[in-house]
Design a protein around this ligand. Structure first.
Ligand code: PMP
Length: 403
């Protein structure tokens, strides 16, 4: 018999599993609002023009080869990524207090950061993540040797931030814990703290609890359409001189999902510490995957280092953010027209790729069964998956599900 006969059938990943079910559905009117990937008005994946240009440049450049990169990836990519998130005038960068490693998109950056903390963090090896959060956080950090606990974040009554609950939970957490924060466009709720609330959180982190903030930045530019606005909270925390971890992903903002391009930056207080941290970071990465891949990071490096392409990218990024925002208005108006019971203002107020609709599991299942509309069981819908054709269809279905 097989040595693996005892292996149990594992459940499908809750998010990726939706696409599996969607693909099996033969209905011609089916709509997938489950995936966290941008779609055009025609419902198609988007390859940014600037990415296409950079790729054409790469393949026609005969001086290029496929030699191994160093353990932390492309040096120039790392510098540009740190500048993108921290600001090109960041004192932390100028003072050589930033260590950056090219990693496998956001997920890989979180994992490498988690592994480093599991080995070297001198505070509490406990990471507090918001409730709810992107489901993978709860899997990544325990595997890296950190205990994961949650803090209150979303208030289902207001469909906004439970700011008081959040601060209460943070104050009750052990001093020196690690605090995971979504830099912008919180997934799955689309609810972000205001600047004033960020400031309150920062004071608890720095002045009351000596937490280590770990920012997950998967949507820079996607929330507001502006790269700088969406980096506001990260820059504020780095700007006070304290230590910060930040995981960046180019999956959404450059549409490089499958290329797995991201970066982990560790901002410390002294350049000498940064040098030693970098040396240990290499020891974390080397036995995991040795060195990162070159193609996607080369694309990003070209775009970030060319003034012309950088400007083009910002335009394409803003167009994606604008289309998502216009879908918020269309869906909100469609529900208003139908006089669908309930207050749907949160569709307008939440930001980023997702709306946390407040639909119950039963309503979600009803919409899947009756209307072939797919979303996660927590009622999260991808606004990027909507278009002018599907908005009326989705609004009709939501209306039937709630009445
Ligand atoms: N963090 C959050 C909050 C996310 O939503 C995602 C993507 N769904 C990621 C990290 C990681 O994505 P990737 O590994 O594709 O960059």
């Amino acid at each position: 018999g097989s040595c693996f006969a005892h292996v149990q059938q594992a459940p499908e990943d809750p998010i990726l599993g939706i696409t599996v079910a969607f693909n099996k559905d033969p209905s011609p009117v089916k709509v997938n609002l489950g995936v966290g990937a941008y779609r055009t008005e025609d419902g198609k994946p988007l390859l940014l023009n600037v990415v296409r240009q950079a790729e054409l440049h790469l393949v026609s450049d005969e001086s290029r080869n496929k030699e191994y990169l160093g353990i932390t990836g492309i040096v120039h990519f790392n510098k540009l990524s740190a500048q993108l998130i921290l600001g090109s005038d960041s004192p932390a960068i100028a003072e050589n207090r930033v260590v950056t490693a090219q990693c496998l998109s956001g997920t890989g950056s979180l994992r490498v950061g988690g592994e480093f903390l599991g080995r070297h963090y001198s505070g509490q090896k406990i990471i507090y993540v918001p409730s709810p959060t992107w489901g993978n956080h709860l899997k990544i950090f325990p595997l890296a040797g950190l205990e994961a606990r949650t803090y209150r974040y979303y208030d289902p009554r207001t469909k906004g931030l439970d700011y008081e609950g959040m601060l209460e939970d943070l104050r009750a957490a052990p001093n020196g814990s690690i605090l995971l924060l979504h830099a912008c466009a919180h997934n799955p709720t689309g609810v972000d703290p205001s600047q004033e609330q960020w400031e309150g959180i920062r004071r608890v982190v720095r002045e009351e609890k000596q937490f280590l903030p770990f920012f997950d930045c998967a949507y820079q530019g996607f929330a507001s359409g502006s790269l700088d606005n969406d980096a506001w909270a990260v820059r504020r925390f780095v700007g006070d001189g304290g230590e910060v971890f930040v995981a960046q992903s180019y999956a959404k903002n450059m549409g490089l999902y499958a290329e797995r391009v991201g970066a982990l930056s560790i901002i410390v207080k002294e350049p000498a510490v940064a040098t030693r941290v970098e040396s240990q970071l290499k020891l974390v990465i080397r036995p995991m995957y040795s060195t990162p891949p070159t193609h996607g990071a080369s694309i990003v490096t070209l775009i970030l280092s060319s003034k012309k392409w950088f400007e083009e990218w910002k335009e394409e990024l803003k167009a994606m953010a604008d289309r998502i925002r216009s879908m918020r208005h269309e869906l909100f108006n469609a529900l208003k027209e139908r006089q669908t019971p309930g207050n749907w203002e949160h569709i307008l107020n939440q930001i980023g790729m997702f709306t946390f609709t407040g639909l119950s599991k039963e309503q979600v299942e009803y919409m899947r069964r009756e209307d072939h509309i797919y979303m996660t069981l927590d009622g999260r819908i991808s606004m990027a998956g909507l278009n002018s054709r599907t908005v009326p269809q989705v609004a009709d279905a939501i209306h039937r599900a709630v009445v």
